[in-house]
Design a binder for this molecule. Structure first.
Ligand code: HEC
Length: 156
């Protein structure tokens, strides 16, 4: 029960971001690129894109983007509070390679069906988005996911 209560604000955070969206201000959803999992990894970069670690670092701390800090501790200075309900990500690239990291960020439910971690690049057909403006959209765009992965790879 305690953990459920602790997670409620997060659930609201995600849905209120979706609900506060103004349908008129969003560009049309980008094309979804199908990915393939093998050996609990996704080897090919999403849509063949190349990530940028500096942009990824901004996305993981952005409450409207990755919001990874809500659950994970990361080696980023000046953060008031980190979430502690998920493993710390400092040194993560010593434990996982790029392809393994990609599956975690894209859809960790392929590893743990009960995972509370959002699938940042699940097939939009499988995501129930309460606001019309967000229908057909993944939580992060393919480029943003690749940026986050490029950043995680630098965490040694
Ligand atoms: C709502 C909480 C939550 C958010 C937000 C979240 N995660 Fe997670 N994450 C988890 C949990 C819990 C786990 C532990 C494995 C599991 O239960 O799936 C995890 C596991 C991971 C792992 C594997 C770590 C290990 O040591 O096994 C990585 C990598 C990861 N998350 C990256 C991210 C990144 C990058 C973001 C932001 C783009 C993010 N997570 C956002 C909850 C979260």
């Amino acid at each position: 029960m305690k953990i459920v209560m602790a997670l409620l604000p997060l659930v609201f955070a995600y849905s209120s971001v979706a609900l506060s969206a103004d349908a008129g201000t969003l560009p049309p959803p980008e094309k979804y690129c199908q990915w393939e999992m093998s050996n609990y990894s996704i080897t090919a970069p999403l849509c063949g894109l190349k990530g940028d670690a500096a942009r990824g670092k901004l996305i993981v701390s952005d409450g409207h983007k990755g919001n990874c800090l809500a659950c994970h501790q990361l080696p980023i200075d000046g953060v008031e509070a980190y979430g502690t309900i998920a493993p710390p990500l400092a040194g993560i690239s010593n434990r996982m390679n790029e392809a393994q990291l990609r599956l975690r960020v894209v859809d960790s439910r392929n590893l743990n069906p009960m995972s509370i971690m959002p699938g940042f690049y699940r097939d939009p057909k499988l995501i129930n988005r309460p606001a019309k403006a967000y229908e057909g959209r993944t939580f992060l765009q393919a480029q943003e996911v690749e940026d986050v992965i490029a950043y995680l790879v630098t965490l040694k």
